[in-house]
Design a protein around this ligand. Sequence first.
Ligand code: SF4
Length: 228
Amino acid sequence: MLRLTDLEVVQMAIPSPTPRSAPYTYATWLSKAMAGEHGCLYAGWFKSHFSVQGKRDINLDAWTAEHTAMVHDCAAEFRAEGYEVYLEGQNTLRVRGQGGAVLGGKPDLVAVMDETAVVVECKTGNPRTSDSLQVRLYMYLLSEWSTHPARECRRILGEVRYKPDRGEPLRLPHAAADLMRRYMQVFLSPVPPLATPSFQECRFCELAGGVCMESIEEEPEAVVVGWF
Ligand code: SF4
């Protein structure tokens, strides 16, 4: 089965960071920080303040096709139950704070029926803690986003949809607003957090290879000991 693995997501970045006119943070960056999957908060802070151009060294077409098929299968399922379904581009959600910073996201699917909206994110890979947090952030954004058709819904649910062999869909009762605020404050601060470089994280980071001077790009050698 084809899926995007961590090793395939090695970036061949062409770093040309340009300052953003106002900070812009994506829900996916927040969810990975909240889950501890991106321990180096400097990366999220930097990308919130600077636009970084990069490219991947693999062809994502096959992964995209698998993900798209999953989203369309999910859409058909909800439609069969009587829901009105909105897909990706229709779900571009953005909220702007009083200081001008923007938090944005784009859930794969939002299904609406009567007073209920269900936010769904489809994942082709292994389940991660950040998956459910990402959906919670989308739920929060949806509750604040006044132009989405789901704005009239009094009940917003969330779901992470994995492939059938990767576990049951997860229903989420509420948004993780407090955690979200905490990490937004880190990413939007004018003072960057300290970088915490590690080979395990830097090798997948868009800022490695020129933008971030702290990057560790070679795995440290194991130290030889004499007790075993
Ligand atoms: S390259 Fe490493 S140290 Fe630099 S921002 Fe990325 S993860 Fe952090």
